[in-house]
Each structure stands twice: as C-alpha cells, then as structure tokens.
Design a protein around this ligand. Sequence first.
Ligand SMILES: [Zn+2]
Ligand SMILES: [Zn+2]
Length: 135
Amino acid sequence: MDLNQTYRMTKQRKIIVDVLKKSNDHPTADLIYQKVRRKLPRISLGTVYRNLEILEQIGMIRKINSDGTRMRFEFSSEEHNHIRCTECGSIEDLKIDCAPPLGNISEESGYEVIGCDQEYYGICPSCQKKSQKIA
Ligand SMILES: [Zn+2]
Ligand SMILES: [Zn+2]
C-alpha cells in the first residue's frame, strides 16, 4: 500500500474529521454521511465508509462497536469508557475511570496493553423520565 496515499489528508477526510469533532453523540456512518453531504453533495456512502476505515487505521478517529449492529465513530481523544442506553441507543462518554490501571493488566496477562474498550449500558435519564410518565 502506498503510505503517502493512506496518510494524505484529503479534503473529504478533513471534512469527515471536522464533522466528528463537532459531534459529541458518537454518530453512525449514516449520520456522518448525511452531514458530510451538506458540504460535499456528490460524495457517496461508500466513500464515507472507506475514509472512516482509513481514519480509524491511522488513529485520527475511534470506532465504537456498540451493540454489534451499527458502528459509531468519534474523534480520537483520550481513552475513555462509554455508557449506552438500551432504550434509545444513545452513547455518552463516561468521565469517571472504572478500569484498573493498565499496568496491572499487563502484569496479570503478560500483554503489552495499549488500550481498553469497555462499554457500560443502562437506561439514560431522559428514557427514565419517559417510562415514569407512562407508569
Ligand atoms: Zn435513552
Ligand atoms: Zn466517546
């Protein structure tokens, strides 16, 4: 593979990264596509997917494998955990650190640990309110 080609920040990739920087709701590829299309009307969903893959490979963005159905993405920032609502599917960042230090994991497993991708799930505050209204 031509490395220059892979690492080149094309206009498309720049716009995709911009869209992700501005969204804090961990959008799906479809949602990203809809937003990117406002700036690049002729871009295809396939191109958006391909660019998302490349951006993820070079570490510019992170892929979140939520509930195994749809991939969600976010702009790469510090390592953090996610909490997902099982009712509406929204994903939020968890500011608290619930994981043991990576050093302990290395000792335990013998692995050189480079990250951790934990997901918590539950019912978000707004869904809790909704179910209270029905009850
Ligand atoms: Zn919810
Ligand atoms: Zn996040």
